[in-house]
Ligand binder design. Structure first.
Ligand SMILES: *Cc1c(COP(=O)(O)O)cnc(C)c1O
Length: 475
C-alpha cells in the first residue's frame, strides 16, 4: 500500500474513535489542553519508539529519563531520600507488581493474601488471579471510604499486603491511609497506596490549600505508591510509576534468569523488551509542563470538578455519590431517571460519560474523570439537556421474566451457543450476525445491570472474544 494511502486509512480508522482532545471524553483519556506540549510528547514517543528499555546499559537515555521521572515524583509523594521507583506500562502493571513484590517478600507464607477495601481497583483482583494471591475485600463504610478497623480485623498471618486508594476510581474519595498504614506497620505488613489516578493531582490540591487526607510517604507505614503518568501527568499512554520507600522493598520485584544459553535476563517489570516511546513521551511532557504548570492544571481541573459537582447537586434527579476529593465525580439518579439513558444522551451531544453498573446495594452511576481541558459550563449545559431528554424517554424497562432468567443463569454452565443467544438477545449482534455496539447502549446496560457480576463477566468476555477475531463471523 502506498504511504499516502496508509496515512489516509489510519486517519479514517481513527474517525470512529473517541476524541482524545477537547476535554469531552470523561474516561480513558486525560487532556491538559496544551496542544504544543502534546505535539512535543508525540515527537518524543516517535523518536524513541524503537529504543529498548530491556537493557539500560545499551540505552542509557531511557535510564536517565526514568530516574528523572522518579525524582520528580518524589517531591509529590513526600518520598524520603531512600525512595526508588520503576517506570511501568500503566497503572495495572504498577498494581500487579506491588502485589507480586509483596508476595515474593514473604516466601515463609504458604497461602498469601492481601486485604483491600471493596472499592479497590479491579487491577488488584487481577493481581490475585495472576499470582495466586487471595484477595480479602473488606466492605467500605457508608462514606465509601475504606473501613480501617474492619481492614485491621481482616489481617491475619497470611496477609502480605494491605491496600488503600487515593482516591478510589469508582467513588473518587481518599481512604483513611494513616489508620490503615499504622495497622499494617504494627504487624510488619506492607501497605500500598494506589494513587494511580490521584498521584499527580492530590499533591497540588494540598498546595492549593484544599483539605487532603494524608496518603503519601509522609504517612508512616506506607511502603509503596502507584501513580500514573498517563493520567493526570497528561503523558501519552503507556507510563506509570511504582514507587517504593526503600530499595530493599523493591528488591523482590526484580527477576533475573541466567539459566539458559542466551543473555542473562534482568527485568524490573512484567515486560522485558520495553519501548522507549512511553518513557520519552512522559519525560518530555513532565519537563514541558513542570511543577508550576501542573499546579495550574490541577487548579483548573479541581475548580471544574467543583463546578460540575455543584451543578449536579443542583440538578433535579441526580445526586453525588460522595463529595469529590480530587477530579472524579460519581452520581446516581432518582427513580424515574435512567443513568444509562443519560449517558446515551450525553454521547449524542458529543460527551463520553462512563456508566458504572449497580453493585451490591449500590445503584448504577455516572462516572466522570475531569481533565484540565474540560469546560464545566458546556458540560453542565449538555447534562441538563440530557437529563431532560432521558426523563422524557423514561427508564429502560427490563422484562421481569428476562430479569428472572438472567438472575437464575449459572455462567459456568453456558456454552458458546448459549452465549451467542444471549449476545443476540442483548442487542450485541446485528442481523447479519456481525457483532457490534448498538447506537444506544442503555438497553444493553440495563440488561447487564440486572445480571449478577459473574454473568456480566461471562457475557462481556464472550463479546470481546467474538469481537477480537480477524475473520468474518460465521466462518
Ligand atoms: C486507572 C487506575 C488503575 C489502573 O490503571 P491502568 O493505567 O488503566 O492500567 C489502577 N488504580 C486506579 C485507582 C486507577 O484509577
Amino acid at each position: 500500500m502506498a504511504h499516502e494511502e496508509i496515512r489516509g486509512r489510519l486517519a479514517a480508522l481513527q474517525d470512529d474513535d473517541l476524541p482524545v482532545h477537547g476535554g469531552r471524553t470523561l474516561a480513558y483519556v486525560y487532556d491538559a489542553g496544551l496542544a504544543e506540549v502534546d505535539a512535543l510528547a508525540r515527537e518524543a514517543v516517535a523518536a524513541f519508539a524503537g529504543s529498548n528499555g530491556l537493557d539500560p546499559t545499551a540505552f542509557p537515555s531511557l535510564l536517565t529519563m526514568e530516574n528523572d521521572l522518579v525524582a520528580f515524583a518524589r517531591s509529590l509523594v513526600d518520598g524520603p531520600p531512600t525512595m526508588v521507583g520503576t517506570l511501568t506500562s500503566g497503572g495495572t502493571e504498577s498494581c500487579l507488581l506491588a502485589v507480586q513484590g509483596a508476595r515474593d517478600s514473604r516466601p515463609d507464607v504458604d497461602s498469601p493474601s492481601i486485604v483491600v477495601p471493596d472499592t479497590v481497583h479491579a487491577a488488584f483482583h487481577k493481581a490475585g488471579h495472576y499470582f495466586g494471591v487471595r484477595v480479602v475485600a473488606v466492605p467500605t463504610g457508608p462514606d465509601h471510604r475504606a473501613d480501617a478497623a474492619a481492614m485491621t480485623a481482616a489481617m491475619d498471618e497470611t496477609t502480605v499486603l494491605v491496600v488503600a486508594s487515593a482516591p478510589s476510581y469508582a467513588d473518587g474519595v481518599v481512604d483513611p491511609v494513616p489508620a490503615i498504614a499504622a495497622a499494617a506497620a504494627e504487624r510488619g505488613v506492607r501497605c500500598h497506596v494506589d494513587a494511580c489516578i490521584g498521584g499527580w493531582v492530590l499533591p497540588y490540591a494540598a498546595r492549593l490549600g484544599r483539605q487532603v487526607t494524608p496518603w503519601t510517604f509522609a504517612v508512616e507505614g506506607v511502603t509503596s505508591i502507584s501513580t500514573d503518568l498517563h493520567k493526570y501527568a497528561y503523558a501519552p499512554k503507556g507510563a506509570s510509576l511504582l514507587l517504593h520507600r526503600t530499595p530493599a522493598l523493591r528488591r523482590p520485584q526484580y527477576f533475573a534468569h541466567a539459566g539458559w544459553p542466551g543473555y542473562t535476563m534482568l527485568n524490573a517489570t512484567l515486560q522485558s523488551t520495553r519501548s522507549g516511546g512511553p518513557t520519552a513521551g512522559a519525560w518530555a511532557t513532565v519537563q514541558a509542563i513542570g511543577d508550576d504548570g501542573y499546579l495550574r492544571l490541577a487548579e483548573r481541573a479541581l475548580v471544574a470538578t467543583d463546578t460540575i459537582a455543584t451543578g449536579i447537586s443542583a440538578l433535579d434527579g441526580l445526586c453525588l455519590v460522595a463529595v469529590p476529593e480530587s477530579t472524579l465525580v460519581a452520581a446516581v439518579a432518582d427513580a424515574g431517571l435512567d443513568v444509562f439513558t443519560v449517558c446515551d444522551e450525553m454521547a449524542a451531544r458529543g460527551w463520553f460519560v462512563q456508566p458504572q453498573l449497580s453493585y451490591g446495594d449500590r445503584a448504577p452511576s455516572l462516572h466522570l474523570a475531569i481533565s484540565a481541558a474540560t469546560d464545566p459550563a458546556a458540560f453542565l449545559a449538555a447534562l441538563d439537556e440530557s437529563v431532560a431528554a432521558a426523563r422524557q424517554a423514561g427508564p429502560v424497562a427490563v422484562d421481569s421474566g428476562v430479569a428472572e432468567l438472567l438472575r437464575g443463569l449459572d455462567p459456568a454452565t453456558l456454552g458458546d451457543a448459549e452465549l451467542d443467544l444471549l449476545l443476540a438477545a442483548g442487542g450485541l449482534a446485528g442481523e447479519d450476525g456481525r457483532l457490534g455496539l448498538p447506537e444506544r447502549m442503555a438497553t444493553v446496560n440495563a440488561l447487564l445491570d440486572v445480571a449478577p457480576p459473574a454473568l456480566r463477566e461471562a457475557v462481556l468476555v464472550a463479546f470481546l472474544d467474538r469481537l477480537a477475531r480477524p475473520f468474518a463471523p460465521g466462518t
